[in-house]
Design a protein around this ligand. Structure first.
Ligand code: PGA
Length: 269
């Protein structure tokens, strides 16, 4: 399907499912296991760059070790999030961090089910759903990640794989206020490769349908972010696609200059 044909198909799907195209976009940065105290300067620079209120919501997820200090830097300019949380609020779970702890340190959101957690820590859909519930319990928004591997895409299974992940990872009582979904094709993360625009549009329309099927009409207002090799040079094109309600940005979120360019490409809707 051409980009235009895919957009037309998605518009039709959105016309059927509702408002997915008119949501304020969220640009979220995922620092992953990067960032020392010296890198807080990037957050100061980000704050200066955001002095003129951006057209979209801005969130940075630094490593937990920097969260409290990042909260000082971020004050009033952008929101902060964690990159993972344990399902329990407290207890004998050495090395883990709870959603309550993230909230206490200044977070208002947390990424759950990132493919690096699924891949390197064996997280399954039901673990991700439990973490999303933990996020809500603590008053955090959950950014629930889904996405197919290259082998799954090559086998023609990208849509059913992502549909299955939504069924397993997104609790049925999710709301547009407490949940965003990040579609991150695993093969696009950190590789510089991205799906075609037509593939992004088709997948986001599919995700929208699955979310509305699962949550009912409120699923129309749940933001669906795209993630995987988003950078200044492709952000505008990706963020202008139908039903792309923001981006989850890894590598390009580490430098304020790059991240600000991506934020600048975000839309108010
Ligand atoms: P990337 O990572 O932007 O470096 O590809 C995205 C992510 O994993 O969230």
């Amino acid at each position: 399907m051409s980009g235009q044909a895919a957009q037309a198909a998605a518009k039709k799907a959105c016309g059927e499912t509702g408002r997915g195209m008119n949501l304020r976009q969220l640009i979220a940065g995922n620092w992953k296991m990067n960032g020392l105290a010296a890198d807080l300067a990037e957050l100061e620079a980000l704050k200066r760059g955001l002095a003129m209120a951006p057209a979209c919501d801005v969130l940075v997820c630094p490593p937990a070790s920097l969260l409290a200090r990042a909260a000082e830097a971020a004050k009033g300019a952008f929101a902060l999030g964690g990159q993972d949380c344990h399902a329990e609020a407290r207890g004998a779970f050495t090395g883990d961090i709870s959603a309550e702890m993230l909230k206490d340190a200044g977070a208002s959101a947390v990424i759950v089910g990132h493919s690096e957690r699924r891949q390197f820590h064996g997280e399954r859909d039901q673990d991700v759903a439990a973490k999303a519930r933990a996020a809500w319990r603590a008053g955090l928004m959950a950014i629930i990640c889904i996405g197919e591997t290259e082998a799954e895409r090559d086998a023609g299974n990208a849509h059913p794989v992502c549909g299955g992940q939504i069924g397993g990872s997104v609790p049925k009582d999710a709301t547009a206020a407490n949940t965003a979904i990040a579609y991150e094709p695993v093969w696009a993360i950190g590789t510089g490769r991205t799906p075609s625009e037509a593939d992004v549009v088709a997948m986001h329309a599919h995700i929208r349908r699955c979310v509305v099927e699962r949550l009912g009409p409120i699923g129309r207002d749940v933001r669906i972010l795209y993630g995987g090799s988003v950078k200044p040079s492709n952000a505008r094109a990706i963020l202008s696609l139908d039903d792309v309600n923001g981006a989850l940005v890894g590598g390009a979120s580490l430098k304020a200059r790059d991240f600000l360019e991506i934020v600048g490409a975000g839309m108010p809707h």
